[in-house]
Design a protein around this ligand. Structure first.
Ligand code: NAD
Ligand code: TYD
Length: 339
């Protein structure tokens, strides 16, 4: 198998590339990544010199480049992860999200169709379903009601992929996963941001009342689900991915403070995110029963290991947080923390 992985230098992508090299050592992986602020080749340092991992810096919207890669490397399957991925950034500047997530996906789908790719795995998100009340779960047939520019752009990509199946016969499988956590997550997302701030004795900015709920999954469990969906998923089907680990944000923030031995007085409730989804919760019955996937990590153990990794790998996040990231951080939190 020759697989084109897009976004393979980001958080999930880099974990996926390393996971696939481990469990499918015969596969050749072509990793196409634009290396935006969120993409970091350092995440893949251990694959340096590996002939079965071919890194190409480029944009998924570059049709000519993609078709060239598909032809030269005789690509069988695409795992499409490349995206602008952070809700708060999509509120500050939606355009990049439309460009990468919508138009980029369109180009990739067209190239896949033209070049006869045998399977296209669209890595979507549970955020396409919008927000839940205090009860209930997202199933694959829940209405699509995205709230943020990020989730709306992902919903567009998700539906484009399904349309390319229905209209053009491209073999597409869509996965919609809940919030991931684990090593190499960019420290703008909840868990790594809180760990890094706590280690610096800086305020931990909790949006609103801190009672928003997310359903957490260890990134390696997401990777194993993606491989399962790629190999066993039925064409044209959608599979929700989740580990039944709902937590309120404030519970997580307090758990992190406990793990790094810092006081709860660092918690600072700040102005809420506009349009903030209240609760996400995935019903993963379909992927579990139909494809036989199960997660391997519990949240408590996974969180503990993840926090330890950030404590032990300060050099990684210190480099990642320099320059452009710092500028973004200041725009995002200056008014929230002072307001
Ligand atoms: P990330 O922001 O860490 O990584 C995204 C990667 O895509 C980066 O390496 C970036 O350089 C690359 N990229 C961005 N635009 C590109 C373009 N135009 N061309 C080529 N490469 C480009 O994101 P992540 O958290 O690893 O998420 C990966 C995918 O999984 C996304 O599609 C996201 O929507 C989806 N997802 C994420 C989560 C989560 O909790 N993080 C949950 C469900 C689904
Ligand atoms: P995030 O990691 O941005 O993921 P998403 O919005 O895609 O679910 O945020 C997870 C939750 O944490 C979400 O409810 C917003 C909240 N949050 C904070 O309270 N403070 C923060 O600084 C960040 C980044 C997120």
């Amino acid at each position: 198998m020759n697989v084109l992985v897009t976004g393979g230098c980001g958080f999930i992508g880099s974990n996926l590339v390393k996971y696939l090299r481990r469990v499918r050592p015969d596969w050749t992986l072509v990793n196409l990544d634009k290396l935006t602020y969120a993409g970091n080749l350092e995440n893949l340092k251990e694959l340096e010199g590996d002939p079965k991992h071919i890194f190409v810096r480029g944009d998924v919207a570059n049709r000519e480049l993609i078709e060239h890669l598909m032809a030269v490397h005789r690509i069988d399957a695409v795992m499409h992860l490349a995206a602008e991925s952070h809700v708060d950034r999509s509120i500050l500047g939606p355009e990049a999200f439309i460009q990468a997530n919508v138009l980029g996906t369109q180009q990739l789908l067209e190239a896949s169709r033209t070049r006869g790719v045998k399977r296209f795995l669209m890595v979507s998100t549970d955020e396409v379903y919008g927000s839940l009340g205090p009860t209930g779960y997202f199933t694959e047939t829940s209405p699509l009601q995205p709230s943020s520019p990020y989730s709306a752009s992902k919903t567009s990509a998700d539906l484009l992929a399904l349309a390319w199946h229905h209209t053009f016969g491209l073999d597409v499988v869509v996965t919609r996963c809940s919030n991931n956590y684990g090593r190499y997550q960019f420290p703008e997302k909840l868990i790594p941001l809180m760990v890094v701030n706590a280690l610096h004795d800086k305020p931990l900015p909790v949006y609103g009342d801190g009672a928003n709920v997310r359903d957490w999954l260890h990134v390696e469990d997401h990777c194993s689900a993606l491989l399962t969906a790629l190999e066993k998923g039925r064409a044209g089907e959608v599979y929700n991915i989740g580990g039944n680990s709902e937590r309120k944000n404030i519970e997580i923030v307090k758990a992190i403070l406990g793990l790094v031995g810092k006081p709860e007085s660092l918690i600072k409730y700040v102005k809420d995110r506009p349009g903030h989804d209240r609760r996400y919760a995935i019903d993963p019955t379909k992927i579990r029963t139909e494809l036989g996937w199960t997660p391997a990590h519990t949240f408590e153990q996974g969180l503990q290991e993840t926090v330890r990794w950030y404590v032990d790998n300060a050099a990684w996040w210190e480099r990642v947080m320099s320059g452009a990231y710092r500028q973004y951080f200041e725009t995002q939190y200056r008014t929230r923390l002072n307001g």
